[in-house]
Ligand binder design. Structure first.
Ligand SMILES: [Zn+2]
Length: 85
């Protein structure tokens, strides 16, 4: 998914789906109504933080399950997610 806007004069389009989000050059929406992509700098930062928090929660849950059930089923996933940082 692409974030932010594409600008053509006063026309602002969603960078992800190219839906027109403003015709007067003023960005009044944080997220695209068509695809949900974050448009504003604030929305992009919030979305990135949300993704990071979700990833941490998922990693913690997988680690807890691995310990509780003595399995290494998530080992490869945990390694891949941890390496993304
Ligand atoms: Zn969009």
């Amino acid at each position: 998914m692409k974030y932010g806007i594409e600008q053509e004069g006063f026309l602002l389009k969603c960078a992800n789906c190219h839906n027109i989000v403003s015709k007067d050059g003023q960005l009044n929406k944080n997220f695209c109504v068509e695809c949900g992509a974050p448009l504003s700098v604030y929305a992009i930062a919030s979305f990135e933080q949300y993704k990071e928090d979700t990833k941490k929660t998922l990693l913690k849950s997988m680690e807890e399950i691995s310990i509780k059930y003595h399995t290494d089923s998530f080992a490869k996933i945990i390694t891949i997610l941890a390496d993304e940082n």
